[in-house]
Design a binder for this molecule. Structure first.
Ligand SMILES: Cc1ncc(COP(=O)(O)O)c(C=O)c1O
Length: 441
């Protein structure tokens, strides 16, 4: 029986377990529905840490839909899926190559696994101020000369840049390197022909989806996919790793929400809704192009991540005006471009409001976009595992160059580190540092 059906049965049983609220919302009445299904692993309800019945059936069905060998349900976000994937595949002192535009959870995974990192710089586009694809040729030449256990990368990126995973997966396989793809922003790739193929379809070993970002599910819902073709690792390694990071009291409403999300998106109705989103976006873009708005576009771009710029105004000024005057909040901005995330739930009228506001923002014809600068190649002095809770001291900013940072510098979003603990401070970082800088001694 599916998780949703199980929860819809409304048990009359007198249950003396946690949660003790007994499905009654004494306070927070607005969350009444959430309370009604909030069970723990009572008799007959299966166990997320060792699923045998409804959860296993649901995960298996999802894996079929997602073209995976197994899909693990995660109730603590893609963050927890990423940590689990890393724990399953990496041991202390294993070498791992990581794309620098990975989410901060990957750095935390390096601390937890004790694996040693080498960083890989993705391509970048200074005119839009974003990291772009992973260059397969560059990757191939690095893998030719170094041995790594795994390569970890993000695709699509926050801004919707998809890399050629098929090519990258082939390169990784030929070098016996596991490919872990953070697909947190790519859940819809599994459900639309208007988007690039999914990481599972293109041959990644592991991928992690965040269902709350674009796929219409509740916060914290995520899936860890393991490929049918992964080699050299026992499958239980993944369940064991998931169990380290997953709570022992997983939320049944969240589990049912994961199941419902995948069922819906794979249904005709769901597919039509995803396709409608893309046709609404095409209309939106066509309309705005006539008003001097430019959209980021390239071969593998996911247009549901609307990255735009308006001639005559910086991204940050545009963002401020839209927020202050039109009550429109973007996902993030830089000196050039602004990102509006859409997904299941983005209505035509919401796009229309954004469209009207963008048209009305005044511009200065003499204004020219600054080019965004990208961080220098990181100089790792102490591996992440050796940086956790280290002794530190303060030095004056002007004396800090080539000292080892104890601090993380990371604008959020997007949660990509500009300087991680253990890395040497370079001239470029000074503009982000306080007058007194924490350095590892
Ligand atoms: C690329 C990327 N990976 C992983 C995550 C973490 O996802 P979650 O919030 O589901 O834990 C984020 C969150 O912003 C992200 O942008």
């Amino acid at each position: 029986m599916s998780i949703i059906k199980l929860l819809s049965k409304k048990l009359k049983r007198n249950i003396f377990t946690t949660p003790s609220h007994n499905r009654i919302a004494y306070f927070s009445k607005q969350y009444k529905n959430f309370y009604e299904d909030d069970y723990s692993e009572i008799e007959g309800y299966d166990n997320l840490s060792d699923p045998k019945n409804s959860i296993l059936m649901s995960e298996t069905r999802t894996a079929e839909i997602l073209n995976a060998g197994h899909s693990y349900y995660i109730t603590q976000g893609a963050t927890s899926g990423i940590l689990s994937a890393m724990k399953a595949l990496l041991n202390p002192n294993d070498s791992v190559l990581v794309a620098r535009n990975c989410h901060k959870s990957v750095f935390n995974g390096l601390i937890l696994t004790g694996a040693n990192v080498d960083w890989f710089m993705p391509e970048s586009n200074a005119e839009w101020g974003i990291y772009t694809q992973i260059d397969p040729k560059k990757l191939n030449s690095i893998l030719d000369i170094n041995n790594y256990k795994a390569f970890i990368m993000t695709s699509p990126t926050y801004e919707g840049v998809n890399s050629d995973i098929e090519q990258i997966a082939k390169i990784c396989k030929s070098h016996k390197v596991y490919l872990i793809v953070d697909e947190a922003h790519g859940a819809l790739n599994y459900f639309s022909n208007l988007l690039p193929k999914s990481a599972m379809e293109q041959g990644a070993d592991v991928s992690i989806l965040s269902l709350h970002k674009t796929a219409g599910a509740l916060n914290q819902t995520a899936i860890l996919n393991v490929s049918k073709n992964i080699q050299g690792i026992e499958e239980r390694a993944f369940q064991n790793a998931v169990n380290i990071f997953e709570t022992t009291s997983p939320s049944y409403p969240l589990l049912a929400n994961i199941e419902a999300c995948i069922q819906y998106l794979s249904s005709n109705k769901g597919k039509i809704q995803v396709d409608e989103l893309f046709s609404d976006i095409i209309e939106f873009r066509n309309e705005l192009t006539r008003f001097g708005i430019e959209f980021y576009d390239e071969k593998y771009h996911d247009s549901s991540k609307i990255l735009l710029r308006k001639k005559g105004i910086s991204g940050s000024a545009l963002s401020d005006i839209l927020f202050d005057k039109y009550d429109i909040e973007d996902e993030m901005t830089n000196s050039v471009s602004t990102l509006y995330l859409t997904g299941i739930g983005t209505t035509k009228s919401k796009l229309k409001n954004l469209q009207n506001a963008l048209i009305n923002v005044p511009v200065d014809s003499s204004f020219e976009f600054e080019k965004v600068e990208f961080q220098p190649f990181p100089l790792v002095k102490i591996q992440p595992v050796g940086t956790f809770n280290q002794k530190y001291d303060f030095v004056k900013k002007e004396d800090s160059v080539l000292k080892i940072s104890n601090k993380l510098i990371m604008p959020y979003p997007p949660g990509i580190g500009l300087l991680y603990p253990g890395e040497a401070i370079q001239e470029w970082h000074l503009k982000y540092l306080d007058d007194n800088v924490e350095v590892i001694v």
